[in-house]
Ligand binder design. Structure first.
Ligand code: SAM
Length: 310
């Protein structure tokens, strides 16, 4: 990792705090944590995780750039595409954005929907990061006219039991903590994270639980072939449950997920035998997920077939 810019003293201290928390949790759990839990802590541990702490993540000063950060084109196009859906559903239709990032998407989308006379009855943002919520609130309060800002609310849980409207997420599914699996002697193993004698995080493969093993077998059946020994990749067995949770009681409308990924046959190509998980740090991508917990974004491509099945 010699070519990655080293974190400054504050950032290094921040990461050390999270590393201490992770080591304590690993110890308490008996010496290992599923990789998905490790990733969840790295991204969302309160006050310390990558998305929960106060660092700049989006844009030139951060670690990566998402489509809404590049300019108004992306959010403007999405707003134009969903405006007829909202108009057809009528004045009660809502808009739910999952994972609002810096608020850039909401700002442009709401301005465009206003111009198209297609404002939703409310614009709800489901955002687990308290820090990002505050940034979104500050940005939208500053950039939207008051009657439009008043439509915006932040959800503490999935949307109410029954609603009609549009559910939207850009680059959220790739940020869901993912299990990693590998095959050994034909059996499915799940990657766990342990700590070595010097306190470093190391990979430890352990027999997968029934849910992950069944999900891997499901993919093998779909592909018509078994994964070879040593093949390593990612899979989200809980994606259907996550989807059910975030849509809440959506009765009529549209769901739009924008992300990077592949249809299943491309995702699990034989040559992609080390998975798709990668880390973003100051606009550089690498594949050491254990480096500098809390300072880098971790992400895995989306299996579009799994999303369609969910
Ligand atoms: C890569 S950022 C994308 C942000 C924004 N959509 C954009 O395109 O700039 C991922 C976002 O998803 C949020 N997120 C992650 N897991 C989530 C979950 N389970 N439910 C809702 N939001 C989530 C993060 O806090 C963050 O706002």
């Amino acid at each position: 990792m010699a070519d990655l810019p080293a974190p400054d003293a504050d950032a290094a201290r921040h990461s050390q705090q999270l590393q201490a928390l992770l080591r304590a949790e690993i110890l308490q759990a008996g010496g290992f944590l599923p990789f998905s839990r490790f990733m969840e802590r790295c991204l969302y541990a309160p006050g310390l995780g990558y998305y929960s702490a106060g660092s700049t993540k989006f844009g030139a000063a951060g670690d990566f750039v998402t489509a809404p950060e590049l300019g108004p084109l992306f959010a403007g196009c999405i707003a134009a595409a969903v405006a007829p859906v909202l108009q057809q559903l009528g004045p009660e239709a809502g808009f739910v954005e999952i994972g609002g990032g810096s608020g850039a998407f909401a700002e442009v989308a709401l301005k465009r929907l206003l111009a198209l006379d297609a404002l939703p009855a409310r614009y709800a943002i489901l955002e687990p990061s308290a820090d990002l919520r505050e940034r979104q609130r500050e940005r939208l309060g500053r950039t939207l006219i008051p009657p439009v800002f008043e439509l915006v609310e932040w959800l503490d849980g999935p949307p109410e039991p029954e609603w009609n409207g549009v559910l939207f997420a850009n680059e959220v599914i790739d940020a869901l903590p993912t299990p990693r699996f590998t095959l050994r002697d034909g059996e499915v193993f799940e990657e766990h994270v342990a700590v070595d004698g010097e306190g470093r995080f190391i990979r430890q493969d352990r027999p997968a639980d029934a849910l992950l093993a069944a999900a891997v077998r499901h993919v093998e059946r779909y592909l018509g072939t078994a994964f070879p020994d040593g093949y390593r990749s990612e899979l989200l067995p809980h994606l259907p449950y996550w989807l059910q949770a975030v849509m809440g009681g959506l009765r009529e409308g549209a769901m739009l997920f924008v992300d990077y990924g592949h249809p299943r046959r491309e995702y699990y190509q034989p040559q992609r035998d080390n998975g798709t998980l990668r880390a973003f740090y100051r606009h550089q991508v690498h594949n050491d997920a254990y480096l500098w917990p809390g300072l880098q974004d971790l992400t895995a491509s989306v299996d579009f077939t799994a999303l369609a099945e969910a």
